[in-house]
Design a protein around this ligand. Structure first.
Ligand code: LRH
Ligand code: MN
Length: 432
């Protein structure tokens, strides 16, 4: 692989020198404020540095909708270039050291070569993702009417085999989890028998479950609708939870924030899955209407904070079977995907740090004394605390950029990639 342009650490350090003075001033000031609240800022910065989230390989190419996709300059043309861009994100924000791959979009010729290449970029692999929501070249049977729940056993078998292939590739890449999201469902009343179809899902997942190594997990991802527009087999957390309990301890429920009806109380679903020991993790994004896959924290930052409030509460209280996998799952239709993914990782880190600012004893006292307004005020105090100096200091100390967007743009990375990666028509980020 010939050398390609990359943003190096000395360029980042040089750019950071311009910002260091104001960062130290703001950090000092916030430190004094927090000390008055009995909080040691250095503890918060340590927590910020401990926060990691995986980047979706399918997120570094420009996304689109069923109407159109407007590719940007320097689109990654394959999994190796996708990893280059993922490495650039991690180099600047120092919080995204793993990548979640999607098969067959990212099917590597040689998994161990890909693993070495990723390691040379400081990257590892998070959960694998299967794809039985599209028909792929050379595929014998179509998934038009379903995959793991298709009435035809041969189609279900084909889909099970594909999932097993994903697990085999993942084992070679060092992944420890496999995410199963299927679009199976119906567009019309009567099209599917709801109970028979769910039984087929569990039967198929049992096959996949058997293929899991002992230290692996399978993540069941529910979604209210789309691509099916009347009924979806795994449509909500309750159905996902039931299936996970039927399968066994290695099966857990993954929460994609965009997969719920508007105004659903997602932080409460998170608390339930934590209490039941079945929280797999997250596909973080944001949405206004449907599964919009917008940047995390861009539409409902308070909801994101409330979700992390449940996660940090579980972390601090030592909840059982609590080991959530944090992943982004977004589609970047009008922004530079690298900029969106960097700032989305920062928004998650911000919510995590703010959740660590919650006065847990004060909140519990307010709850036990039915003091609703003090309970809300306790959460709002944390949510309205500007922790930007903490997460910037965490990045800077880890060798990242104090201002990742400014450094990325100053580097000219996108322009350099446009030269290195002449646009080839009809490439797609995977979704459209
Ligand atoms: C389905 C989904 C799923 C992925 C796909 C790219 O909407 O969230 O997680 O497989 O997006
Ligand atoms: Mn998802």
């Amino acid at each position: 692989m010939n050398t390609t342009f990359a943003i190096n650490d000395s360029f980042i350090a040089e750019q950071n020198r311009k910002a260091k003075a104001w960062l130290d001033e703001d950090y000092e000031h916030l430190g004094r404020q927090l000390r008055r609240r009995g909080v040691e800022i250095e503890d918060l910065t340590d927590q910020a540095q401990s926060f990691k989230v995986a980047v979706p390989s399918w997120g570094v190419g420009t996304g689109g909708t069923r109407f159109a996709r407007f590719p940007g300059p320097g689109e990654p043309r394959g999994v190796y270039e996708k990893l280059e861009d993922c490495a650039t994100i991690n180099r600047l924000v120092r919080a995204t050291p793993t990548v979640s791959l999607h098969i067959p979009w990212d099917k590597p010729e040689d998994p161990s070569e890909l693993r070495e290449f990723a390691a040379s970029l400081g990257l590892g692999f998070d959960a694998m993702n299967s794809n039985t929501f599209q028909d792929h070249p050379g595929q014998k049977l179509s998934y038009k009417f379903g995959s793991l729940t298709h009435p035809d056993h041969a189609v279900r078998e084909q889909a099970v085999e594909h999932n097993m292939e994903c697990i085999e590739i993942g084992k070679k890449l060092g992944s420890k989890a496999h995410t199963v999201w299927i679009g199976d469902g119906g567009n019309f009343p009567g099209q599917q028998h709801f109970r028979r179809t769910l039984e087929r899902y569990i039967e198929s997942l049992r096959e996949i479950y058997k293929a899991l190594p002992d230290d692996w997990r399978v993540f069941i991802e529910h979604k209210l609708y789309e691509p099916a527009f009347y009924s979806t087999v795994i449509n909500d957390w309750g159905t996902s939870y039931y299936c996970a309990t039927q399968l066994g301890p290695k099966a857990q429920c993954l929460v994609d924030l965009g997969h719920h009806a508007p105004n659903v109380n997602i932080e409460m679903i998170v608390a339930r899955l934590i209490q039941f020991g079945k929280l797999a993790g997250f596909h973080f994004n944001d949405s206004k209407y449907g599964d919009d896959d917008l940047d995390a924290g861009s539409i409902k930052p308070f909801q994101l904070f409330l979700i992390f409030n449940e996660l940090v509460d579980a972390e601090l209280s030592g909840a059982a079977d609590f080991n959530p996998a944090y992943m982004l799952d977004q589609s970047h239709n009008v922004t530079d995907p690298i900029e969106s993914l960097m700032l989305s990782a920062v928004e998650l880190q911000r919510a995590y740090v703010q959740a660590h600012l919650v006065d847990r004893a004060g909140l519990e006292a307010a709850q036990e004394q039915c003091d609703a307004i003090r309970a809300l005020a306790t959460l709002k105090q944390a949510f309205t605390t500007d922790v930007a100096p903490v997460i910037a200091m965490a990045r800077q100390r880890a060798g990242g950029a104090i201002d990742p967007l400014a450094v990325y743009r100053a580097s000219g990375y996108r322009q350099r990639k446009a030269e290195e990666r002449p646009a080839v028509l009809s490439i797609s980020a995977g979704i459209v």
